[in-house]
Design a binder for this molecule. Structure first.
Ligand code: NZQ
Ligand code: ZN
Length: 409
């Protein structure tokens, strides 16, 4: 394999695109390790909660006994609580409205999410909605979230990174489309990360989580900013960790060590510590969100089908960026005469990796339908205030988005 300096010498340089100014605010207290959920009560107290809404999903935390342990931890600290379960994967606005009403009625001042990204995102939406006079959906139309009730999390799946992010993604039931909202106010006050809690995940969900984590890394890697060596290297390290630990955990779901590395990588991937000072892509996420909204597939599974198509489409915009990740992460040979060959080999290696951990490779395996493409493109490019294009590493119009969805068939 050629040394990395060969890549350096060959990197495309565009004057004026150097590391951008940034401010990075990541105040979440991460409490990591075995039995860490026992600290839920003392952490809620530390961050000022006196009446808690425990928010959870479709029942996995009930079956595993985690919900009871969390409630006991609150009871031990004398903290009263109410409950709202039933968050679906790809969480819906209907339950958010219900949660806002419940919090107001019960004078809740702290929300504790016990579950995955969907539960955490629903909790964040409720937290923002309780303190807002208007419709909480305004935030999902682009209004920045300035204020919210404090949120804590007990994470049960390494995937979305919502435990450390300022983001929330909710599906609007009227039209079934998915939109995100952001604001430092919804960054969790604390997140409890016990890798052992993820051992009950079905293999498909574990794999979908791995895919999502890698997507969060790639979406940041695909940048138009030059001279961002530190974040490039951090992203590569996290991607290499996933390449190493992913197959280990799929082969042995009880492997605590692999789950621990994946869990921390998942959090690191999405606090934005590895994305500061650089433009980012997010086209794969934007294109995927329409798939998980319409077909209710796992977000990570949708990304497994979306990313190879988007990357292939984007490749010519900056072949050397794709060649760089191909060499540094996937161990591909650098072909200086034909860098596009190296770039393509890296995308193919990633695609094969995703297939090897059990992810779908096309529309059919995902449960998506070719005849829906016009509808997907219309909501993607024109839904809820969009104006015919979406932007990231490159800008795409309706025709180009159609082409990309067709590549996934
Ligand atoms: O609902 P329960 O019964 O808990 O079951 C869940 C759900 O069916 C199950 N599960 C979770 N932990 C488990 C478990 N089953 C057994 N044992 C456990 N320990 O897994 C299923 C999926 O859960 P979900 O919360 O939907 O998964 P994930 O964490 O992947 O979250 C996906 C959502 O996050 C959004 C996605 O769009 C999607 O809606 N995202 C949020 C982001 C953010 N807020 O920063 C960024 C991401 O890019 C992403 O868009
Ligand atoms: Zn994601």
């Amino acid at each position: 394999m050629l040394s990395f300096t060969h890549i350096e010498g060959c990197r495309l340089r565009q004057k004026g695109y150097y590391m951008e100014n940034f401010s990075f605010y990541s105040p979440t207290c991460f409490v990591f390790g075995k039995d860490s959920e026992e600290k839920a009560g003392s952490l809620v107290k530390r961050f000022g909660g006196s009446k808690v809404l425990i928010h959870y999903g479709g029942g996995s935390v009930v079956r595993s006994g985690l919900l009871d342990r969390v409630k006991k931890s609150l009871d031990d600290k004398g903290i009263p609580h109410v409950e709202l379960g039933g968050v679906k994967p790809n969480p819906r606005d209907g339950l958010v409205y219900e949660g806002i009403d419940l919090c107001k009625k019960e004078n809740v001042d702290f929300i504790l999410a016990v579950g995955g990204g969907s539960v955490i995102d629903s909790s964040k939406a409720i937290a923002a909605g309780v303190l807002y006079d208007g419709d909480f959906w305004d935030f999902y139309r682009g209004q920045w979230i300035e204020d919210a009730l404090p949120v804590g999390t007990v994470l049960t799946i390494a995937a979305a990174g919502s435990e450390g992010s300022p983001d929330s993604v909710i599906t609007r039931e009227d039209g079934m489309f998915k939109r995100g909202a952001s604001g430092d106010a919804i960054r969790p006050k604390f997140s409890i990360l016990n890798p052992a809690l993820t051992q009950t995940l079905p293999p498909y969900q574990t794999a979908a989580g791995i895919t999502d984590i890698m997507a969060h890394l790639y979406e940041r890697y695909l940048t138009n900013t030059e001279e961002v060596e530190v974040t490039d290297r951090l992203i590569e390290a996290l991607l290499l960790t996933m390449v190493h630990e992913g197959p280990r955990v799929i082969a042995d779901p009880d492997n605590y060590d692999a789950r621990a590395n994946i869990m921390w990588a998942g959090t690191m991937a999405h606090t934005n510590a590895v994305g500061v000072g650089r433009s980012q892509d997010w086209l794969s996420h934007t294109i995927e969100h329409e798939l998980s909204a319409l077909y209710d597939c796992a977000h990570g599974a949708g990304l497994a089908v979306t990313m190879p198509a988007v990357f292939t489409y984007e490749m010519s915009h900056n072949v050397m960026r794709f060649a760089q990740v191909a060499v540094r992460v996937w161990g591909c040979q650098m072909d200086f005469a034909h860098p596009e060959v190296t770039a393509k080999a890296g995308i193919e290696a990633f695609r094969n990796f995703l297939i090897s951990i059990g992810m779908p490779k096309n529309f059919e395996e995902l449960g998506a339908k070719e005849e829906d493409i016009p509808k997907l493109v219309d909501v993607l490019c024109n839904g809820d205030g969009r104006k015919g294009t979406i932007s990231g590493f490159i800008t795409l119009n309706e025709e180009e988005c159609t082409e990309i969805y067709k590549m996934m068939v």
